[in-house]
Write a protein that binds this ligand. Structure first.
Ligand SMILES: NC(=O)c1ccc[n+]([C@@H]2O[C@H](COP(=O)([O-])OP(=O)(O)OC[C@H]3O[C@@H](n4cnc5c(N)ncnc54)[C@H](O)[C@@H]3O)[C@@H](O)[C@H]2O)c1
Length: 313
């Protein structure tokens, strides 16, 4: 199949491209390289360096490539940035998504797969692990965008008659995550530990997250390709482990793996971030046949090894 992966040279998107190529699909990446890296581009994939806010440029790509599937990963991903720049955030995450939805309709795309968030959608959860029926109460504009985009997707898929799937990720970590952004504590700690720099923890460090390994997330995107819609089932799936780990625990594990001996530096908590979240993935297990395969320790080891190797390269 011919698949456009937006954000396909970013952290998660590039792993999705890899797994799609491995399955024999033809992939075109749409990315403006704002946080993605050219070196992440799979050799068998092509890259169109454009911004999803640019409707005309996107239209030219659709005309030329004629995709069967859209897999939409391009986004402004920082919760902190979304609090400070909500209008730009809306422009990329909502208006950019709308451009793709409109073109998906016009060019008769068969399926639209959307990378949403479980970590930033349910707010401070009423129960754990949160399932897809949990109330949606985002604490930051980033989560509001993702919720809005999910609604637009559902509406457009009905109007234009294409299938859709929403994957709501927990905290994704693994090789290729950007250690210089504000999101992605594992990548930030790992890079700083390997440089023997101080690591900052915002709050007590006892805030807990559901960490899911990027290879598992890529697998969910592969299963999403194969998924056929079921009657009376909204195709929205949590992709997490159902477990929580504190930032302090992640810090300690990474410190061991990186032979780092400094203590963390604690700073005041950041606004817009939840205290504890984990995602129930029973629905993904039942309908997609998806389950996480990597436990935190294994995933962190692979990640640290990758960062070490990149420094040597
Ligand atoms: N990392 C996580 O823990 C996590 C959790 C939940 C959801 N997500 C979602 O997964 C997706 C990928 O996130 P990631 O962690 O890989 O981040 P990332 O920053 O590595 O990837 C985003 C990619 O989108 C590209 N991009 C950004 N703005 C663009 C624009 N206007 N036009 C074209 N390309 C643009 C960037 O260059 C980058 O390659 C995002 O939609 C994000 O919201 C990530």
């Amino acid at each position: 199949m011919k698949i456009i992966v937006t954000g396909g040279v970013g952290f998660i998107g590039s792993h999705v491209v890899d797994i799609y190529i491995k399955e024999g699909h033809e992939v075109l990446v749409v990315d403006n390289l704002s946080s993605g890296r050219r070196e992440n581009l799979n050799k068998a994939a092509k890259l169109e360096e454009i911004d999803i806010r640019d409707y005309d440029a996107l239209k030219r790509v659709f005309e030329k490539f004629r995709p069967d599937i859209i897999n939409h990963h391009a986004a402004q991903i920082s919760v902190v940035y979304s609090m400070q720049n909500p209008k730009t955030d809306i422009d990329i995450n909502i208006n950019g998504t709308l451009n793709l939805l409109e073109l998906a309709g016009k060019f008769r795309v068969k399926k639209f797969i959307f990378a949403s968030t479980g970590g930033a959608l349910y707010g401070e959860p009423e129960y754990l692990p949160a399932d897809e029926k949990h109330s949606i109460l985002p604490l930051a504009p980033y989560g509001v965008d993702k919720e809005a985009a999910e609604h637009y997707l559902r509406i457009y898929s009905g109007v234009y008659n294409f299938n859709f799937i929403v994957l709501r990720y927990a905290n994704v970590y693994g090789p290729r995550q950007d250690p210089f952004g504000e999101a992605g504590v594992v990548a930030i700690f790992t890079e700083r530990m390997l440089e023997n720099k101080e690591c900052f923890i915002y709050g007590t460090g006892e805030q807990k997250r559901d960490f899911v390994f990027v290879y598992d997330v890529a697998k969910a995107n592969l299963l999403a390709l194969k998924y056929t819609p079921k009657k009376n089932t909204l195709p929205v799936f949590n992709i997490g482990t159902g477990e929580t780990s504190s930032i302090n625990t992640v810090f300690k594990t990474l410190a061991q793996l990186s032979s780092y001996s400094k203590e963390p530096v604690y700073r005041p908590p950041r606004k817009g971030e939840v205290f504890e979240i984990s995602l129930n993935y029973e629905k993904a297990k039942k309908y997609l046949g998806w389950e996480p395969e990597y436990d935190l320790e294994t995933g962190l080891k692979i990640t640290v090894d990758w960062f070490k190797q990149r420094r040597r390269a």
